[in-house]
Design a protein around this ligand. Structure first.
Ligand code: MN
Length: 257
């Protein structure tokens, strides 16, 4: 089995190394990861600059690794089209340092790498540990290998990705796994104004989370309660049940009056 691994924390991130090492027991792993941190890069791609990829040595036997001067989505596109000899059977992204829950997923480079895999019709998984301080990725790495085996066994639809969040605790303390939906995260006081040494104002994103009434079946609550959250995600953002209603509104009746 061929596995393509990427992330948004960059080629040196310990979560990436833990993920590659765990998956190297299952298949041939190619790593294509940004050469620096690209967290919150979303689904951006490089269009106006040269996209360089440099092979780097990775301490894991059998793993080929490239540092890409681009975004997570670039890494997956380049990985599949150029760097890998054969198309991957599965794409993994992570293990991210920090949560990718609720609407934060929209901004996530980690999840975007997995979405790019799904657009290529390859089953994909995004993995995140929901803490910036807890740097033990062993539980997440064990889970990644388990998920990889499970989705091959069950022939997961290739245009879907799984967004997996793991609470920051040893594996024996995790309560279990919940299959969830995306919750909502909203922030207030998003920007703090400061001044540079020349007296010009600048803004720094600081936002405090607003308490939202997320329900028990959401990814956010699963993590709060000490469970692993797995959300199946599709890149098709269409709200299908709105199509019929919207047609009824007769927007843009032609010719416009
Ligand atoms: Mn990140």
């Amino acid at each position: 089995m061929n596995i393509l691994v990427s992330n948004d924390d960059g080629i040196h991130a310990s979560g990436l190394h833990a993920l590659a090492a765990s998956l190297a027991d299952i298949g041939h792993v190619t790593v294509a990861a940004p050469d620096r941190e690209r967290s919150a890069a979303g689904h951006a791609i490089t269009m106006r600059d040269p996209l360089r990829a440099v092979q780097v040595s990775f301490d894991i036997t059998g793993v080929r690794a490239y540092a890409v001067e681009g975004t997570p989505a670039d890494c997956i596109k380049l990985g599949i089209d150029v760097l890998m000899d054969d198309k991957p059977d599965v794409v993994f992204s992570g293990i991210n340092r920090g949560a990718n829950l609720g609407t934060d997923v929209i901004y996530s480079g980690t999840v975007s790498a997995a979405i790019e895999g799904a657009i290529f019709n390859i089953p994909a998984v995004a993995m995140s540990v929901t803490s910036y301080e807890y740097l033990d990725y062993s539980a997440a790495a064990v889970l990644a290998a388990d998920i990889c085996r499970t989705l091959i066994e069950h022939d997961m639809p290739s245009n879907i990705l799984l967004n997996v969040n793991i609470p920051p605790m040893p594996i024996e303390e995790i309560k279990g796994i919940r299959i969830t939906h995306m919750g909502v995260k909203r922030y207030k006081n998003n920007y703090e104004q400061r001044y540079d040494p020349r007296g010009r104002p600048y803004y720094w994103l600081t936002g405090e989370l607003i308490e939202e009434a997320n329900d028990e079946t959401s990814d956010i609550i699963a993590i709060e309660q000490g469970y692993v959250s797995i959300t199946p995600i599709h890149y098709d953002l269409t709200k299908y049940d709105m199509i019929k209603e919207l047609k009824r509104w007769q927007i843009g009746e032609w010719p416009l009056k």
